[in-house]
Structures are given as structure tokens and as C-alpha cells.
Design a protein. Sequence first.
Length: 333
Amino acid sequence: MNNLQNLITNSNLSQLNSKDFYDIFKAILADQFNEKQILNFLVELNHHNLPTPAFIGAVKALKEEMINIQAPKNSLDLCGTGGDQLNTLNISSATCFVVAGANVCVAKHGNKAISSKSGSADIFFELGIKISDKIDIIENNLLEKNLAFLFAVDFHPALKKLAPIRKKLGHPTIFNYLGPLLSPANCSSQLIGTSRYDTMLKIANVIAQDPKNHAFIVHGFDGMDEITLTNKTHLLEVENGKINQQIIINPEDFDLKLVDLKELQGFDPKNNAQKLLALLNGEKSAYRDIVVLNSAFALLLVKKVKTVEEGIALAQKIIDQKQALAILESLKN
């Protein structure tokens, strides 16, 4: 315990390795530190710009406390860190229905709104989809309907005790950026959005720990934790344990025009649900275009298509033929 006390009070966290951080997070989850110590530690992490070893150690510790589900091989998770403060419509949630409509198994890991007006859990509730915490129901939905929602709070009981501490701090901590790395389905394919450019490589390094993982990590030039349509987007690919050279996505390269952010901004869950339903019923809009673009890269990631252009065409077809809408309706039953 004395060694752990020394680690958590270390003022130079950049000297610690991932094993040190793993030990610290395991001790935090085991209630071995008081509130003041944890608060100070989280603040120091921020001051040290959230070191990569902290990401690796924290994810390892939290995964050991996580409730797991068995997802079909080659399942996909679409998840963002949130926190971009842009209050957009629900982009990754809509993308899930499109990608599932292409016969791809999607394990959507998400939560209620934190910084936006409508989180992924909020929109699923509003759409009339019952979110279950029963593992057998979730696994059956993945097998039979190609889509299931994994409500984060149901699978990470160890994090509940830290909620009051995080709330007391009043600003983002490392926990805000770990969510996409903690899917209970342990999907080998992930399209991850982050609202902070400087976390892209850190997230990539965690994913690269397992060579079976294949991921696209994206960050919009506008700060969006999605592939944006208002500007270009940074993309990092992780495959076979290696981080590939970053590329820049320009929507105009795919004949998609750039739009003003106000065309993508959302409202409360009720209004956002109406917009999502309109999209799945074929309404043309900037919202449709950004969902199609994100769907195209998701389909490329899971090798359902060979090019982004093919992905765009397939996503358009899935929407127009109401296959994405059919996925949504199946989850209401």
C-alpha cells in the first residue's frame, strides 16, 4: 500500500509506466484511496496531458471489472467520446441502423447525454426501443437483428462509485475518453470518434495492444467526435497491432458538399428522434449525408466494401430501400 500511496501522489506522472497506472486504477476501484487523493490524481493526470500509459493501464484495470457479453465474430462498435460541445443530431446512433441494414452485426455501446442535449441512450429510449440489461436478450438481438444497444452503466458497475467524484471536479477527466475503449462486446472492429485531437494517438495505442483489433479513430477539424461534414476530418487506422499513417478525409472528394454546423445541430431527444426517423424514411438532408459518410467508412472498416465510394452507394441504397428502418422497427418488437 505504501508503494501505491507513493505512486498516486507522484507529482511527475510522466515517469510512470502502464503497469504503475494499472495498479493505481485497480486500487481506486478497490476503494484503497480517499476522495481527496483520487481528485488530486485526476487533476494531475490532466496537468500531464493524459499520458498514454495511463490510458493503457486504466483500460486494463476497468476491463477486469467489466461485465462482458459474447458478440458474434466480426461485430462492430460505433462509439464516440462525446464532449465536443457541438450539440449535433445523433450521428453514430443513426449510422448503426444503416450499417446493421448491410447485415453487419453492430454492438452499440453508449450512454445518456453528458455534454449534448441527446445521447445515444436517450435517442434509443425516445425511438421506442427497449434497452435491456439482460445479457441473453442483448446477445439474441445481435444474432437475430444485427443490432443491440449496450447501456454503459449496466456493464461498468465499478465506475458508479466514481461518478460523484467526477461530478465534483466539474471538468472532463481521463474517464471521459475511455468509454469507446470499454465495450462489453469486445468488438474487434471499431469506429471511434474523439472530441480531442491529442487523444487520437493515445486511443490508437490502446487498441494496438491487441493485434486482432482493427479500428478507425476520427476527429473532425471542427472538433466533432464523428467524421464531420462541416470541414475535413483526421483519421488514424489501427490494424494488426500497428498504427498507420494519419489521413485526412475531405467530404468534397466524395461529392458531398460542406455544410454549416447549424444544419447538423440537434435539439432534445424527441426532436432528434423525429429527425432520425425522417432520415430513415428517405428524407434528403445534411443529416442524411453525414450519416451516409460515416456509414461508408464503417462499411469499409469491416470490409463490406472496398472503397468509400462503394460504401456511400451501399448506405444510400440501404436507406432508400428502408432496410435501416426495418432494423429499427425490429428492435421495437
